[in-house]
Design a protein around this ligand. Structure first.
Ligand code: NAD
Length: 425
């Protein structure tokens, strides 16, 4: 509940910011949301459609620039330039204030495009001077996998909160070092599992928890792409840690864990590389794996660096299934659900559930910004990243030894995740 004074304050501020436009004509005054804090004006418009129509998310209600969390993006490669920087345009709580790159000319060009000032430009050596820049509260690490640990530790020592790309690191020991450094500096650590914030994936998680699919039995998933240039860092073991498994297979592994909420207790992996293919001298081309969970739930997944883009998944329970194809891409996700018809017991219902598809990157960054602003544990903290890297290590061991590897049982469901993300629109 908000008191009358702050309601009035919010109203004045909204009217001030819009030059009174919201009441012009006064045919339908906007409703000011009761829960809005005084500093964040929230506007809700009256409905247009009947209750039978899909609910719309409403206006995005972004926070004013001055209240948003300031981010530094570290590493200006494909993911940063093609997805993350554009996503700031859709974010509501996050703003880009600094860039870290080894290439000054590129950083300057990008800074111009996104309105980052010269004092917000750093390289990998001057990175530690971020500690003197109070505009930067969060650092997003988008570097090759082997560099995640070093830059997380340095960012924590500079007093910044850290959001780090997947896979969290190349070894469980590095992951633990990152967790410890953030704990010591009292900074938040989040791992960028974009799909754990995505509406279709959230819907399947909710269906699974509500037992809409009955008892979960099986999960299958495939994530593959055909790799080019043999000399890129993804094909160097020291930089990437491995090939298809930690880069794209991790999405299948992670989904099996978050759809079931369980942790696997036995895993088996199978690795393959075509002899003499220059791309796969150091890292594997394809990795298939099987995960067994305590309830009896089984996951069977494949990942590949030599198949045309393939990104599908299927979660099967006693009473229904949920399938996505594509299921792991940045946009265009399609979710179908199949179960016995509620209206026609002699029929199966297969429905397509279409949710809005906001930028997955804006959504995960805004979640992390909210965690910083409200002092909440991120939904995908360092421990969640460590859990995947531990399983990846066990899978490689299994593939090498040609037998299944047993893992310690988790003490509870959702063992490593923070509270579920609030809807971010
Ligand atoms: P990229 O090769 O396009 O960019 C990497 C950046 O790191 C480049 O700007 C490069 O100059 C810089 N760099 C600094 N030191 C380097 C070194 N020693 N060797 C190579 N590059 C170096 O890679 P990317 O696709 O942007 O991936 C970056 C990270 O993001 C990886 O951890 C990757 O797994 C992750 N990623 C996540 C997603 C996702 O959907 N969440 C998608 C793609 C990549």
């Amino acid at each position: 509940m908000v008191d009358d004074a702050s309601r009035l304050w919010t109203r004045r501020r909204v009217l001030g910011a819009t030059g009174g436009l919201l009441t012009a004509g006064a045919w339908m005054p906007p409703v000011l949301a009761a829960a809005a804090p005084p500093s964040s004006p929230q506007v809700k418009l009256p409905g247009t459609f009947a209750k039978t129509e899909r609910e719309r998310p409403g206006p995005p209600n972004p926070q004013p620039e001055s209240e948003r969390v300031g981010w530094a993006v570290v590493g200006l490669g494909h993911l940063s330039l093609e997805e993350i920087l554009p996503a700031f345009g859709q974010s509501k709580r996050s703003k880009l204030v600094a860039l870290v790159s080894g290439d000054r000319a590129k950083a300057q060009a990008i800074a111009k495009q996104y309105g980052v000032s010269d004092k917000g430009l750093y390289d990998y050596t001057s990175f530690d001077q971020l500690k003197d820049n109070p505009e930067v509260q969060a650092v997003y690490i988008v570097l090759p996998n082997s560099m995640h640990a070093e830059f997380t530790v340095r960012a924590a020592q500079a007093g910044k909160h850290i959001f780090c790309e997947k896979p969290m690191a190349n070894t469980p020991a590095e992951c633990q070092q990152m967790i410890d450094a953030c704990k010591k500096a009292d900074r938040k650590l989040g791992i960028a599992y974009r799909l754990q914030y995505e509406p279709h994936h959230r819907a399947v998680i909710q269906m699974a928890r509500n037992k809409e699919l009955g008892t979960l039995k099986l999960f299958t998933a495939n994530n593959g792409q055909n790799q080019g240039e043999p000399n890129q860092w993804r094909h160097k073991k020291s930089l990437a840690g491995g090939g298809a498994l930690p880069d794209v297979g991790i999405y299948c592994l992670s989904a099996a864990r978050y759809f079931s909420g369980e942790e696997p207790t036995e895993v088996q992996g199978f690795s393959y590389s075509t002899p003499n293919d220059p791309r796969f001298k150091e890292v594997e081309e394809s990795f298939a794996f099987h995960l067994s969970f305590p309830s009896g739930f089984q996951a069977h997944c494949t990942s590949s660096y030599s198949t045309h883009e393939t990104k599908d998944l299927r979660l099967m329970g006693t009473d229904g299934w949920a399938a996505m194809d594509p299921g792991f891409s940045y946009n265009g996700l399609r979710l179908r659900v199949g179960m016995k018809s509620k209206s026609f017991p002699k029929a199966d219902d297969t429905v397509e559930r279409g949710f809005s598809q906001p930028s997955q990157f804006a959504r995960e960054m805004d979640h992390f910004s909210r965690c910083v602003q409200e002092n909440v544990v991120p939904h995908t903290p360092g421990e969640e990243g460590l859990a995947d890297v531990r399983i990846i290590e066990a899978l490689y061991r299994s593939a090498q030894d040609g037998k299944a590897v047993k893992l310690e049982a988790a003490k509870k469901l959702e063992a490593f995740r923070g509270p579920p993300p609030k809807e971010e629109g």
